[in-house]
Write a protein that binds this ligand. Structure first.
Ligand SMILES: *[C@@H]1O[C@H](CO)[C@@H](O)[C@H](O)[C@H]1NC(C)=O
Ligand SMILES: *[C@@H]1O[C@H](CO)[C@@H](O)[C@H](O)[C@H]1NC(C)=O
Ligand SMILES: *[C@@H]1O[C@H](CO)[C@@H](O)[C@H](O)[C@H]1NC(C)=O
Ligand SMILES: *[C@@H]1O[C@H](CO)[C@@H](O)[C@H](O)[C@H]1NC(C)=O
Length: 374
């Protein structure tokens, strides 16, 4: 195992990651033990002289990894295979195995980032989190995991432009790819989600990420970054094509809604779709991970984290939901064990052929099949 970890790390130094694929990766529990002394040694060479901005990016990424790893750890403490089965999985070991692997990945990410920080003479932050609401039941846990992985990918993509040291950038890219893999797995485990819902994630800056995850902090966690004001979707479960979106924040009150705008963004758009706030609606064609901002200008926000970061019209947000419009056989198999042509899913599967799509993005109107999850 030690050899495997070292090989992965060496591949950051000698950029030929390809040969890593040839090495069989043990996936069972307890396999991926992190040898911190080996890592620290290697990272000293790479990260001793990194810029302050790189340290800030690594520190922030580590907080997110601690958040994710801590969340999955508590989820695994709380839910066993029977709980997953009670929540609808035909075999509880299917989701359990995936969550165990994801938890280990997040833990290793945090440890590697912390080693990099320590090698650079900086200290990682120690933050406290509260996941009580997110761990309420298996369904809430999986929906939260799904959103957390999307946010993780958005955070790494949105920080890439800040990183000065190419080796730090290479490490961040290597982690980002795995956050994307986790996203795919959690999309599949949702049963109703599209495994790969968009060709792009939405890059977010650290203030935007904090607006999304700030609610999980249960104590001080001084990242040095000013969060955007948090925004809440108060009717996330009802969101599907054509539905009105209700947004709420301490940054504005209902009397000011008439002068504000809702801005809707998915990875595949070049800029947000604006609406007056009190007419905010899920537009036709919007599905998958979907972000909302509130602005005091009707001008769209760019899907470009660099340009958006200097925009002075953001009042609150983003908030996120995942709009499921295209249930896929893969997710149905993960939950039900097979594609059950006798259940209500058979019509979903039958209609999942491109010829039966309601529109160019296949957004359906089958109640449960097209709705927000968070
Ligand atoms: C799983 O956890 C539940 C409580 O959530 C408990 O009642 C049950 O006995 C556990 N099952 C196993 C096999 O440990
Ligand atoms: C992304 O947008 C392009 C251009 O509008 C469109 O052709 C394509 O189908 C979209 N892809 C997805 C996955 O939504
Ligand atoms: C809207 O936000 C305010 C303040 O944050 C809160 O008191 C209120 O309960 C929220 N309303 C809904 C419907 O969530
Ligand atoms: C991030 O973007 C927001 C706009 O959403 C901007 O107000 C904020 O200043 C930016 N933060 C950073 C750290 O760039």
């Amino acid at each position: 195992m030690k050899a495997f970890i070292s090989t992965v790390l060496v591949s950051f130094i000698i950029p030929s990651a390809l040969f890593v694929h040839a090495i069989p990766t043990p996936r069972g529990s307890g396999d991926r033990v992190v040898d911190r002394s080996t890592m620290t040694h290697l990272y000293e060479k790479r990260t001793a002289d990194i810029a302050d901005i790189d340290k800030l990016v690594i520190k922030f990424a580590d907080v997110l990894e601690q958040l994710e790893g801590g969340f999955y750890k508590l989820a695994l403490d709380k839910f066993n295979a029977s709980d997953f089965e009670a929540a609808g999985f035909s075999d509880g070991d299917v989701p359990l195995q995936q969550i165990q692997i994801i938890q280990k990945d997040e833990d290793i990410h945090a440890k590697v980032l912390e080693s990099a920080l320590e090698a650079a003479g900086a200290s990682p932050l120690t933050c406290q989190f509260n996941f009580d609401a997110a761990l309420y039941d298996v369904g809430t846990m999986l929906a939260t995991a799904r959103v957390a992985e999307v946010i993780g990918s958005s955070a790494y993509s949105g920080s890439a432009n800040l990183i000065q040291d190419p080796k730090v950038l290479s490490l961040a890219a290597a982690i980002l790819a795995i956050e994307g893999s986790h996203s795919t797995v959690t999309n599949i485990l949702s049963g109703s989600g599209t495994a790969v819902p968009s060709p792009f994630v939405v890059p977010l800056n650290a203030s935007e990420v904090l607006a999304l995850v700030g609610g999980f902090f249960s104590g001080p966690c001084d990242t040095g970054i000013v969060p955007n004001p948090a925004l809440t979707i108060t009717n996330a479960a009802d969101l599907r094509t054509g539905a009105a979106v209700s947004l709420n924040s301490t940054a504005f009150d209902s009397s000011s809604q008439g002068n504000l705008f809702c801005q809707i963004l998915t990875g595949n758009l070049t800029e947000t779709i604006p609406y007056p706030l009190n007419e905010c609606t899920i537009p036709y064609g919007v599905s998958g991970p979907t972000y909302f901002w509130v602005t005091d200008s009707s001008d769209p926000l760019p899907n470009d984290v660099i340009d958006r970061s200097t925009n002075t019209h953001v009042v609150a947000g983003p908030a996120i939901t995942i709009i499921d419009c295209d249930p896929q056989a893969l997710g149905i198999i993960a939950v039900e064990g097979e594609v059950p042509y006798t259940s209500t899913y058979d019509s979903y599967v039958a209609e999942a052929s491109p010829t039966n799509y309601v529109g160019p993005y296949g957004c359906w109107f089958h109640g449960k099949s097209c709705q927000g999850t968070h």
